[in-house]
Design a protein around this ligand. Structure first.
Ligand SMILES: Nc1ncnc2c1ncn2[C@@H]1O[C@H](COP(=O)(O)OP(=O)(O)OP(=O)(O)O)[C@@H](O)[C@H]1O
Ligand SMILES: [Mg+2]
Length: 291
């Protein structure tokens, strides 16, 4: 069942001093199913954070539609948007300081969103302890941010993101500050929580290590989704090694004008420079270099 749908989403920022228009998203098309763990991979400036902020209701698109669950997020009035951010989505940011309050303990941090939501004390504590156990940190309940390692802090942050039982978790470069071992650990925890609680999880990152570990990996380039890699099945995803070679076949989005973006590695492999010759043969589109 489709859970997230972005259609022709455009976001243009305006540079306040110069009035210059900066297109950050240029017609994003994206469909994510309920319970999927997907990543959106792209280089710096591709529009990853912008896309995530729009999904999370932290900013509005210049045009296009964004549907999350049963809500038309781009059209939600401001007061409903606050509720949406509080109850429908959980955020996980790159820097632990953005996820956790340094004066609170790990347990108190996880309780905080539930406190704001008005849950009774007993219930808060019970759920916070359970989430802490889920991320393997029961013995760190009374630790504050400065007493946690980078990886531990992100695990607590993941528990915070899940505190109010949101339908979807949005993560922006959640392992940007971590080494490979800790990164793999965080990805595993995300996968476990995704499966156990059936949470839809969207990770935006430049980290290719997410690609093989997610149900689907989208590529984003210059503000457009340019490719999709689809895992054959979930178990395969779990077993896959990070060193596994990239898939040879890719799904590429073709927009309403017929534009498509051929990934760089294909251009290189097929020795395509500036021109291609195309023809249809037995129902297949053949693309050949013509330089
Ligand atoms: N508030 C803003 N005002 C003006 N331009 C912005 C604003 N936020 C982002 N941009 C521009 O929009 C484009 C996309 O930015 P975005 O932060 O979404 O990229 P990103 O893929 O998250 O990059 P990174 O990997 O470095 O975090 C960039 O060119 C950026 O400079
Ligand atoms: Mg970013």
């Amino acid at each position: 069942m489709t859970f997230i749908q972005m259609h022709d989403v455009i976001k243009i920022y305006e540079e306040p001093r110069t009035g210059l228009q900066i297109p950050a998203l240029r017609g994003v098309e994206l469909t994510i199913k309920e319970g999927e763990l997907v990543c959106i991979i792209g280089p710096s400036g591709a529009g990853k954070s912008t896309l995530l902020k729009l999904l999370g209701g932290l900013d509005r698109p210049s045009s296009g539609s964004i549907i999350v669950g049963d809500k038309r997020v781009d059209q939600l009035p401001e007061e409903h948007l606050t509720e949406y951010r509080r109850y429908d989505v959980g955020f996980l940011w790159q820097f632990p300081e953005k996820n956790l309050l340094p004066v609170l303990t790990a347990l108190e941090n996880i309780e905080l969103p539930m406190k704001i939501a008005g849950f009774p004390r007993e219930q808060r504590r019970k759920r916070a302890l359970e989430l802490l156990r889920k991320v393997g940190l029961s013995d760190r309940a009374s630790h504050k941010l400065h007493q946690l390692s980078g990886g531990e802090a992100q695990r607590v942050s993941l528990a915070v993101a899940l505190a109010n039982d949101p339908k979807v978790v949005l993560a922006d470069e959640p392992t940007g500050e971590l080494d490979t071992h800790t990164t793999m650990e965080i990805i595993s925890f995300m996968r476990e929580l995704n499966q156990e609680y059936n949470k839809t999880i969207v990770v935006v990152t430049h980290d290719m290590r997410f690609e093989q570990r997610s149900d689907r990996a989208f590529r984003i380039l210059d503000g457009m989704i340019s490719g999709i890699r689809q895992a054959k099945n979930r178990h395969e995803v779990l077993k896959m090694d990070i060193e596994a070679p990239p898939e040879r076949e890719e799904l590429i989005y073709v927009d309403q004008f017929g534009n498509m973006r051929i990934p760089k590695h294909f251009l290189k492999q097929a020795n395509i420079k500036n021109h291609v010759r195309i023809r249809v043969e037995n129902g297949k589109l053949i693309v050949e270099p013509a330089d």
